[in-house]
Design a protein around this ligand. Structure first.
Ligand code: SAM
Length: 278
């Protein structure tokens, strides 16, 4: 394949058995918000309930995706050429590999997601965009040791050099009791100085209490429940990494490029930040 490779590692995709289409999955709901085509009735129903509650939910998804793009661009500009993107989502427009390879064709991207549909789409979509090296792992953020030990990751990334660890709109699907803080700490510890942590996270701080409660209730029927966190809890995920300017801010306010979307305040009740390991 000219220009790069796409490898699918760790666990072959097994279509129907694993692909539980009867319950909503965050990856497929997110794809629905983004206007993609990879969702089933249960995903659409749950997503429509969220849209009824937050009419700007689709814009919120876009705003999150745009943050991801700006953060990847920032990482490349800082000299980082390796990306570990956990909670990848269906690699639609503006994905990490697309942005990274636009600015740095030699960048190496490892995608990790626990939803089997992401694997299948990653395989299909990335095969048509073979600019650069992208590896896709079927693994779970709740088992970070397995991610780090995966031969696919070890082959693709050199952990003695800086890596951008991306936890974008994923930690709010991992509960404290499932080891959210411990998982992020283990991943941070595995990274070399100069590495970045790129993170966004939904918060009840920026929502009416009733909206927060109802959003959480709708996601409680999904494959991963939603765990909104307050600012101080989100900030803890960065550990001793140093937040770069402008710090931890509401999503669209992280180094905006151009005008902000009308209605962004309500559409994007989430924090975003990028921090560096010194
Ligand atoms: C809202 S999407 C975010 C996609 C992408 N990071 C972005 O911001 O555009 C959340 C993704 O996290 C994945 N996810 C949720 N819990 C996960 C876990 N424990 N381990 C790995 N991936 C997970 C979902 O399958 C979904 O693809």
């Amino acid at each position: 394949m000219p220009g790069g490779t796409v490898s699918i590692a760790a666990g072959e995709w097994q279509p129907p058995a694993e692909l539980n289409t009867g319950i909503p999955h965050p990856a497929r709901m997110y794809d629905y918000y983004l206007g993609g085509k990879d969702h089933f009735a249960a995903d659409r129903e749950a997503a429509e309930k969220i849209i009824a509650l937050m009419p700007d939910a689709r814009l919120g998804a876009r705003i999150n995706r745009e943050f991801l793009g700006r953060a990847v661009e920032f990482a490349v500009g800082s000299g980082v050429r390796q990306f570990l993107d956990i909670g990848t989502g269906i690699p639609a427009m503006g994905s990490t590999s697309e942005v990274a390879h636009r600015f740095a064709p030699d960048a190496r991207v490892v995608y990790v997601d626990n939803d089997p549909i992401v694997l299948s789409h990653a395989r299909a979509l990335l095969a048509h965009h073979p600019a650069g090296h992208t590896t896709v792992l079927h693994a779970d953020l709740r088992d970070p040791a397995a991610i780090l030990a995966d031969p696919g990751l070890q082959q693709a990334l050199d952990l003695s050099r800086p890596v951008a660890l991306m936890l974008v709109a994923v930690l709010h699907f991992v509960r404290d009791e499932e080891g959210a803080a411990e998982a992020v700490a283990l991943l941070r510890d595995a990274l070399a100085p100069g590495s970045l942590l790129i993170l966004s996270h939904g918060t009840q701080d920026l929502m009416a209490p009733q909206t927060a409660a109802e959003t959480t209730r709708i996601y409680s029927g999904a494959s991963s429940p939603l765990v909104l966190r307050a600012r101080a809890e989100v900030e803890k995920f960065f550990g001793d990494f140093e937040l770069v300017d402008p710090g931890l801010v509401q999503l669209p306010l992280w180094r905006p490029q151009g005008e902000l979307h009308r209605g962004w305040q309500e559409a994007a009740p989430a924090y975003a930040g990028v921090a560096v390991k010194r």
